[in-house]
Design a protein around this ligand. Structure first.
Ligand SMILES: [Zn+2]
Length: 669
């Protein structure tokens, strides 16, 4: 690994003139989300769960993602387009530029908490190539820059012609804008921002009402334009983001959510990543323009997903054909798509919904997705990736080093370093504690800095200790989130529910005294005059719970899923006697014990119970015997080789898969 990193970062910086100036005055926006996140740069995560992953993302995932971008020609495309090298467009897809942008975005976030001069210099080199590849008027799309029009069936005979179908010209640019803003904020350098603004100005000159009236086939530019607007205060970027939303539909395809005007959409259809990026963009534009019709539309769509179309892991997208949503309640487990990117997009969107409305239900989806369907997308080693994240496997699934279409690994690189930014949020007079993980944070509140120290072993243990240190005593309200899983409501609606409600309630102490509380929309609100050294202790009971699915979800019938705290569990082959899973049935009456195993999968809490193992006899009869069953957190499956796995565990004989009996029978023979 070290050698590989040296190869990547050892590239000699070409002589270049980069317009580098220190951070200068930029106008700020006025209206925005009523609740503001506390940025990840103000939250130092120190726990055993996320901190090692953030470090590994920096040390392993980002370097190999850049290396793969070099090996697969993604970087070379910029060099060829910029005239530094000869050759043809040398990667596969017209959207391959976007991966480089996303990894630069991830590296920029990562640099802010893990300074790394070599990495920063490498980014300058890449940005130099990108700048050379950009045409005089701001156009940048390496496949057309190199190969010309009609060189790929997706790109059309001239610029922007197939932007609403598959060209991905605007999708690439959205990722570039996000990356350029991140890089500017991380380094204070304007080299990438300059390229991005030149590009956005071109798009603004060419697209709009009475100009090219077309929308992106893959949404993303809306989010990027809003970031440019927030940074520069230039109204035209916000107007352009809104234009790209309003110009969609009717009459387009459901696949990319252009079948109706966005304000008339009421159900989740089509490609899940496109959809969730679009809903995120709608939320952003709604916050900045106070557009109620936008909020109503994404609220209706949210209910459609959460009540009928989301997996217990927080994954979205049930079918591979459209990489997206299926009809209500169709949630197959083994063929579940649950693309890593759609989990990330779903977190973006739910975070924005919370910032709009302050409702804890959005954070329940965010947390569920974060700890299950999202983080399963990367291996414990940080160098293998899932594209789909299925909920059952015969062993045909295995994380890969990279993909021809590499959206998921590059998305992982940019998402992981930003996770500390989801922990806290604030308004004037309120501090929201939304996620629990050990950290030291600084929250600007009124005219002072409130330092918060959180000690906890979450997600393995529900005890959370907070020390609050304002500079001067001051009255404000602490909002402590009580997660849905601790309120007997794993998610809003009736798609999933506990087999038995948990009686034990969360306990609260303030400065060592047991304190009564009333839950107010999922939060404990603590309003008092806080002084330095004040202590809050919250204990969230973490019993093992059995989750059932709505009767219309065929694949989950006669089965339950195990959950403890925010983590969904699974049965995986190496932990079971005989190395098989599909021949097992759990005994729901049996006790479920749990213990932390520090030597397993970098340290995980396992759940143990008993059940029955079925196998075929030589005479084709059925044999059963009692067995021990061990469950591990879903997100760490597939780190020990290929084999059987299931999240939904049979509790009735009819749910046990006959396929496994045959496998067993073959093994006997
Ligand atoms: Zn992806």
């Amino acid at each position: 690994m070290k050698k590989r990193m040296q190869n990547i970062f050892g590239i000699i910086l070409p002589v270049m003139i980069i317009w580098i100036t220190a951070c200068s005055e930029m106008p700020k926006t006025t209206g925005d989300y009523p609740i503001q996140p506390v940025p990840f740069t103000s939250v130092a995560v120190k726990d055993k769960f996320w901190a090692p992953r953030i470090k590994r993302n920096h040390e392993v995932t980002i370097p190999i993602a850049f290396e793969q971008s070099e090996v697969t020609g993604r970087v070379k495309n910029f060099k060829i387009a910029g005239g530094l090298e000869e050759g043809e467009f040398c990667s596969i897809y017209p959207f391959d530029d976007s991966d480089v942008f996303k990894i630069i975005e991830g590296a920029s976030y990562s640099l802010q908490t893990l300074p790394d001069p070599k990495l920063e210099a490498y980014l300058d080199t890449l940005i130099y190539y990108i700048g050379l590849a950009q045409e005089e008027d701001g156009y940048l799309f390496t496949i057309r820059n190199i190969m010309g029009d009609d060189s790929h069936p997706w790109i059309g005979s001239k610029r922007w012609e197939k932007t609403h179908i598959l060209s991905h010209e605007l999708y690439n640019l959205g990722h570039m804008y996000e990356a350029a803003v991140a890089h500017y904020q991380a380094t204070g350098k304007r080299n990438f921002l300059h390229i991005a603004l030149k590009s956005a100005d071109l798009v603004d000159r060419e697209f709009g009402w009475d100009k090219i009236e077309n929308y992106p086939g893959h949404q993303e530019i809306e989010i990027g334009l809003v970031k440019l607007y927030r940074l520069t205060g230039e109204q035209k970027y916000l107007d352009l983001a809104k234009f790209f939303l309003d110009v969609r539909g009717p009459g387009g395809e459901e696949y990319n959510q252009a079948h109706k005007k966005v304000t008339e959409q009421d159900s989740a259809v089509g490609h899940a990543v496109r959809a969730a990026y679009m809903y995120s963009g709608i939320a952003d534009v709604a916050a900045l323009t106070n557009d109620k019709a936008y909020v109503d539309a994404i609220s209706r769509i949210w209910e459609d997903i959460v009540y009928r179309k989301i997996y217990i892991t927080g994954g979205i997208g049930a079918t591979g054909g459209n990489e997206g949503f299926a009809e209500p309640y169709r949630l197959p487990n083994m063929s579940a798509y649950c693309e890593t990117c759609s989990s990330i997009a779903n977190i973006f969107w739910n975070h924005r919904m919370f910032l709009h409305q302050g409702d804890v239900k959005y954070l329940d989806i965010l947390e569920r997705t974060l700890y299950n369907g999202m983080i399963s997308g990367v291996s414990l080693s940080g160098d293998r990736f899932f594209y789909p994240n299925p909920l059952a496997s015969y062993g045909q699934h295995e994380r890969q080093e990279w993909f021809g279409c590499a959206c998921c690994p590059s998305n992982i690189t940019r998402f992981i370093p930003s996770i500390p930014g989801y922990i806290y949020a604030k308004t004037a007079g309120r501090i929201y504690v939304n996620l629990y993980t050990e950290n030291d944070a600084e929250v600007e509140m009124n005219d002072q800095t409130v330092r918060i120290q959180m000690k906890t072993d979450y997600p393995w243990d529900g005890k959370i200790s907070l020390t609050i240190n304002p500079e001067q005593p001051e009255r404000f309200t602490f909002f402590l989130r009580i997660p849905g899983w601790a309120r007997n409501q794993p998610v809003s609606g009736d798609l999933y529910y506990y087999m038995q409600d948990v009686e034990e309630k969360p306990q609260l102490q303030v400065n060592g005294k047991n304190t009564n509380y009333k839950l107010n929309e999922g939060y404990i609100r603590l309003n008092r005059k806080w002084k330095a050294g004040d202590q809050v202790e919250l204990i969230l009971p973490m019993p093992v719970t059995k989750v059932l699915a709505h009767e219309k979800v065929e694949d989950d019938q006669d089965r339950f899923a195990l959950q403890r705290g925010p983590l969904v569990y699974c049965l995986e082959w190496p932990d079971q006697e005989g190395g098989k899973v599909f021949n097992l049935m759990a005994d729901t009456e049996a006790s479920f014990t749990t213990e932390f195993n520090p030597g397993l999968l970098q340290g995980v809490q396992v759940i143990k119970t008993t059940g029955i193992s079925y196998s075929k006899t030589l005479e084709n009869g059925l044999e059963s015997k009692p067995v021990k069953i061990t469950a591990i957190p879903y997100h760490v499956w597939a780190n020990r080789g290929q084999g059987e796995m299931t999240v939904w565990i049979p509790m009735e004989e009819k749910a046990v898969r006959p396929f496994s009996f045959q496998v067993n029978s073959a093994a006997i023979n």
